[in-house]
Write a protein that binds this ligand. Structure first.
Ligand SMILES: [Zn+2]
Length: 396
């Protein structure tokens, strides 16, 4: 064990310096963690993407023949392009603001802070005689639809005793989040027929049809908003919609041949997701396609999925919630409007909660930061986890 001990903040300096924007490879960061673990005598498993450009990584400390606890987080971060940063986003910068010490950098809150706190604790876990194993799991492509973690969960289920629970260290200010919304993302592409704008009868205007479909989506959104149930605890308490990107057309005087738009909805846990997709498909097949084809048989509409993550369903007093309550002392739980990887663990039969350092309000923003105090709180949480895992006690 040649490495000297490093603090969570020191690890965060290193982790933030890896530009792991989702579009880029995360392999240098993965190798960094792998090498660190090797230095402590801990083996790890890579679960790579199809093209090998990215990888998940997981490792186990403690008795492999028992059901353990997973600490999980994503390694990718959202882009910094076109954001007004005051400092280099990939150089962790410490500043005292409003009486608190803040660490600025992309991913500091979402969610390399958690990974840094976990890495700093690895020597303690490795030196302890754990009765309950602890697994560390780091994923890729979370920010673009939780695309990476699924194959790691499958690999873990194949090769480990099924874990008792997972704690995902998303920035919840160390509060316990027991339910989150899902996401269904799509790209709809309309192929019309180009023509001179003075002769619209010879073309099919892809943008006009796109506008009709988008109007239908906004009607669906209004309907879902009206059905919102404030008792479900979400903010906002309904299934939301967004049309987030659109491209189409060549020039003012050309009937546009192409229009494509990306849209999503984020279902609350009790939403009938399939019914929403069916409503959309029926509208397009019943109201749009026949008119489009009647104008010109060459015209077409294609919708394909971009992302599909189920919601995290509240599972009152699940093992994950009970252990998180024990470790934090909290007696309240919360919901999250954002999407996380917890639901994919839950869908594989592993109870899951979110609990990690930093505030989601700073996530995805310019000048993202986390306080040193939040990192310290996470470290204290991990120390309590260590004590519990050493004790071999059942989940309280
Ligand atoms: Zn995140």
């Amino acid at each position: 064990m040649s490495q000297s001990r490093r603090t969570a903040e020191e690890f965060l300096v290193d982790l933030v310096a890896f530009n792991t924007v989702s579009a880029l490879s995360n392999l240098e960061l993965i190798e960094y963690i792998e090498d660190y673990l090797v230095g402590l005598g801990i083996g790890s498993v890579r679960v790579a993407s199809d093209d090998g450009a990215k990888s998940n990584l997981y490792a186990t400390i403690g008795p492999a023949d028992r059901a353990g606890v997973v600490l999980s987080g994503h390694t990718d971060v959202v882009p910094v392009a076109n954001q007004p940063w005051d400092t280099d986003p990939f150089t962790l910068t410490r500043r005292s603001v409003d009486g608190e010490l803040r660490l600025y950098g992309r991913g500091s809150a979402d969610m390399k802070g958690f990974a840094a706190a976990v890495l700093a604790m690895v020597p303690d876990f490795a030196q302890a005689d754990l009765k309950t194993p602890v697994h560390f799991a780091f994923s890729y492509d979370e920010e673009v639809g939780c695309l990476g973690v699924g194959r790691m969960i499958a690999d873990m289920c194949d090769h480990l005793v099924r874990p008792q629970l997972v704690i995902i260290g998303e920035p919840t200010s160390m509060q316990i989040v027991t339910a989150h919304k899902g996401i269904q993302g799509f790209r709809t592409e309309i192929t019309g027929v180009a023509a001179h704008s003075s002769a619209p009868h010879l073309g099919v205007n892809a943008i006009v049809y796109a506008a009709e479909i988008i109007r239908f989506l906004s009607e669906l959104a209004a309907e879902k908003q009206a059905q919102g149930d404030p008792a479900n605890g979400f903010h906002p308490p309904w299934t939301t919609f967004n049309v987030g990107q659109i491209q189409g057309g060549e020039a003012l005087n050309i009937i546009p041949e192409h229009c494509a738009f990306n849209w999503e909805f984020r279902p609350v846990p009790d939403e009938d997701t399939a019914a929403i997709v069916a409503r959309f498909d029926e509208f397009v097949a019943g109201q749009i396609e026949p008119r489009l084809r009647a104008e010109n048989p060459a015209a077409a509409i294609v919708t394909r999925p971009l992302a599909a993550v189920p919601p995290l369903y509240r599972d009152d007093n699940s093992p994950a919630e009970r252990l998180a309550r024990h470790l934090t002392g909290a007696n309240t739980t919360h919901t999250a409007a954002y999407v996380a990887e917890a639901s994919q663990f839950q869908a594989s039969g592993i109870p899951a909660v979110l609990c990690g350092p930093g505030n989601i309000d700073q996530a995805h923003q310019a000048n993202e930061w986390i306080t040193v105090d939040q990192l310290d709180q996470c470290t204290a949480f991990l120390h309590r986890l260590l004590d519990w895992a050493k004790s071999g006690a059942a989940i309280p």
